[in-house]
Design a protein around this ligand. Structure first.
Ligand code: UGA
Length: 433
């Protein structure tokens, strides 16, 4: 496994759990040292247990440098980042560096599997970097969600394998045997397109429901009842139809832009997907507008409390988080922002978390508080931006007492609006009154 990020680490731990012998490499020495001691640098449910299981059984080990992991391996997974370049395209330099490094040590008849999200046609590019005719290159995109990556790996909806060499495809498929998932075996370009199309479609569903929520607000309908009413139609379903402050994270924003770019490079103007992205940007403006209105029309000098900074609950990841983007806009308009997120609570109270560095620079200009009550002290508006379950169970009479004015903007429809109104709060959700 080349790369011990979210995808590489989860994949390595799960493959070891399935009985394979896995050597996982990364370039960051401290990360490898910590992992070898069973210290996990990210929050991912169940990952700690699987890593310690792998270390104890001896089926999972960690090394510095790709070639150490690739040497003698039958299958080498590339799980390195493909960050976004300023023009929206994916930066392939990490893939290139990894491929060039492993090329001389690859065993004959081994398989290089691309798990990183890469532009269509990348399998061919990797072949060129490798220059090894005796090594097959296979595309095997991942569909793991942060926060439930282990569950998703062990209970996949499907396994997608793109290869020109059928035998190589079947050898990769065999690694997942026992998971009982449907297999989609196709050519590399189709597999790569499946990855982008999946993320683009999921982002589309969320942008769709966010626009429906906006219509609901305008016409006095309740988006939850609307979702219930449409979701029972099995052609529509209930999944990925939760309205919110917009989608974020390390995948949807990057992959939707990359897909627009890939289409453009191939001569197709993907206007539809551009619209989906535009709706997502507007959703953040709409949230800021709601907060500004609750504050009385201007944010200058107003104290605003934010609950939630990560791009979704059950992760410690703030990459492209709508909460960060909304918080920054509030600060730019002169608000004094006090923020609470369970992820940064320890760091805020001065205790560095085991193996993780306290990151109080997560939202520059904001005060990061150690508990949710501290964040609401003197605030005129409280905005809920991440759906952390623990926020539901707080003492809202105390919250009411601590706030300067009792206005709640619930960007995730997380709280019980009716109960809050009974306590004297003004409450604004998404797509419902
Ligand atoms: C996403 C995909 O769901 C995975 O299948 C994929 O493997 C992964 O990207 C990837 O390409 O690596 P992830 O970024 O971890 O996974 O997060 P999601 O759970 O998909 O959520 C993305 C964003 O959409 C979050 O900001 C979340 O709050 C938002 N969201 C999600 C909604 O606003 N409403 C929903 O109903 C669902």
């Amino acid at each position: 496994m080349v790369g011990a990020g979210y995808v590489g680490l989860a994949t390595a731990a799960c493959l070891a759990h399935l009985g394979h012998r896995v050597v996982c490499a990364d370039v960051v020495e401290e990360k490898i040292a910590a992992l070898s001691d069973g210290i996990i640098p990210i929050v991912e449910e169940g990952l700690d247990d699987l890593v310690s299981e792998g270390l104890t059984s001896g089926r999972l080990s960690f090394v510095v440098g790709a070639s150490g992991a690739a040497k003698g391996a039958e299958v080498v997974f590339l799980c390195v980042p493909t960050p976004q370049r300023s023009d929206g395209s994916a930066d392939m330099s990490f893939i290139e560096a990894a491929a060039r490094e492993i090329a001389p040590v690859l065993a004959s008849e081994s398989i290089v599997v691309n798990k990183s999200t890469v532009p269509v046609g990348s399998a061919r590019v990797v072949e060129e970097f490798l220059r090894r005719v005796d090594v097959a290159v296979v595309s095997n995109p991942e569909f793991l969600r942060e926060g439930s990556a282990i569950h998703d790996f062990l209970n996949p909806d499907r396994i997608v394998i793109g290869a020109d060499d059928r035998e190589a495809a079947m050898r990769v498929a065999a690694l997942y045997s026992g998971l009982g998932a449907p297999l989609v075996i196709t050519d590399p370009a189709s597999a790569e397109t499946i990855k982008y199309a999946s993320n683009a479609f999921l982002a589309t569903k969320i942008s769709f429901v966010n626009t429906v929520a906006n219509v609901c607000e305008a016409v006095g309908a309740d988006v939850h009842d609307v979702i219930l009413g449409i979701g029972y139609d099995t052609r529509i379903g209930f999944e990925f139809l939760k309205p919110g402050p917009g989608w974020g994270g390390s995948c949807f924003p990057k992959d939707t832009l990359a897909m627009v770019r890939i289409a453009e490079d191939a001569g197709y103007d993907f206007r539809f997907l551009k619209g989906v992205i535009e709706v997502n940007e507007e959703q953040k403006d709409i949230m800021v507008g709601k907060i500004r209105r609750a504050a009385g029309g201007s944010l200058a000098g107003v104290t605003i409390a934010l609950w939630g900074l990560t791009f979704k609950a059950r992760t410690d990841d703030v990459r492209d988080s709508p909460a960060i983007s909304i918080g920054s806009r509030l600060i730019a308009e002169g608000a004094a922002v006090r923020a609470y997120d369970p992820t940064f609570a320890n760091a805020a109270s001065g205790h560095a978390d085991r193996g993780r560095s306290p990151n109080l620079e997560v939202l520059p200009g904001a005060l990061i508080c150690a508990d949710p009550y501290g964040a609401v002290e003197g605030a005129r508006v409280l905005a809920v931006l991440t759906e952390w379950e623990e926020l539901k169970r707080l003492d809202f009479s105390k919250v009411h007492e601590l706030m300067a004015e009792p206005h709640v903007i619930d960007g995730r429809n997380l709280l019980n609006g009716a109960a809050l109104k009974r306590l004297g709060f003004s409450y604004v959700g998404v797509g419902r009154s």
